[in-house]
Design a protein around this ligand. Structure first.
Ligand code: HPA
Length: 256
């Protein structure tokens, strides 16, 4: 069963035929909300809104460990993370979909490992490739079948938020090699890795990053909403194809 963690613009999954909801408690506290179980095209799936159902949990306040642990407890076979981002690279403007392949982590103070505390062995997970290659391939293949444009190979910069970046900070991220910027990619990705859950992301560019393109003099929040609303249909279609149509993935030799 695949899990979908939804971000801004995806607080419900309208194509999920809901069977039940479950409030899960974990040793790390409470997840962002009840897990919503159901079927997409008759395939089981579970949905969790990262910022809570009322969109009240800021990126630095999300209990990433509880979210990941709750999904792990239910034995999910993979996680597709959906999140809006700012576009740094010139070709990544509002409305563009991206499947990032690398991460630079600028967040701080977020509990970011399960391997700490009394009696827990020190553990260093390999994170050379932060996203799961097979799950990324499934997303890209689904988009190709649907004739939806999607960019592969982008470096995701995870910033602390909740404020947006300064123009100088975005210039620095660009010099570091970042292509997109968001606030929730970490520690979500590494916690999935620690639990051995395949994890990949669909990033939706909501705005040009600060100081770039249409955000040269500031980020226009009104147009951000519009972009999210216009684009989530494409994201939902991709998810539907990845989760619900296993035959779509057979050429890649993958199982749902
Ligand atoms: N910066 C950080 N996170 C974001 C942005 C941004 O410009 N847009 C959407 N999420």
């Amino acid at each position: 069963m695949l899990a979908i963690i939804g971000g801004s613009g995806l607080t419900t999954l309208s194509n999920l035929d809901v069977s039940h909801r479950e409030v899960v408690r974990t040793p790390f506290g409470e997840p962002s909300g009840a897990l919503v179980f159901g079927r997409i095209c008759d395939q089981p799936a579970v949905f969790l809104p990262r910022h809570g159902y009322g969109h009240t949990i800021a990126p630095h306040m999300v209990n990433y460990r509880a979210n990941l642990w709750a999904l792990h407890q239910h034995g999910v076979s993979g996680i597709i993370s959906v999140a809006s981002v700012g576009g740094i690279r010139a070709d990544l403007g509002p409305g563009v979909l991206v499947v990032p392949d690398q991460i630079i982590d600028y967040t701080w103070g977020r509990p970011s490992t399960f391997f700490e505390g009394p009696g827990k062995p020190v553990t260093h997970v390999d994170f050379t490739e932060p996203y799961d290659g097979a799950l990324r391939a499934r997303i890209l293949e689904a988009a190709r079948q649907l004739s939806i444009d999607i960019k592969e190979n982008a470096v995701y910069a995870a910033t602390q938020g909740p404020r947006l970046e300064t123009a100088a900070e975005i210039n620095r991220l660009a010099r570091d090699g970042a292509d997109i910027v968001g606030m929730t990619g970490m520690p979500e990705a590494v916690l999935a890795r620690e639990l051995n859950i395949p994890y990949a992301a669909i990033s939706l560019v909501a705005n040009h990053a600060a100081g770039r393109g249409s955000s040269l003099h500031g980020i226009q929040f009104a147009s951000l909403e519009t972009v999210l609303q216009e684009s989530m249909g494409r994201v939902r279609a991709i998810i539907e194809t990845v989760v619900g149509c296993p035959q779509a993935c057979q050429p890649l030799g993958l199982s749902v």
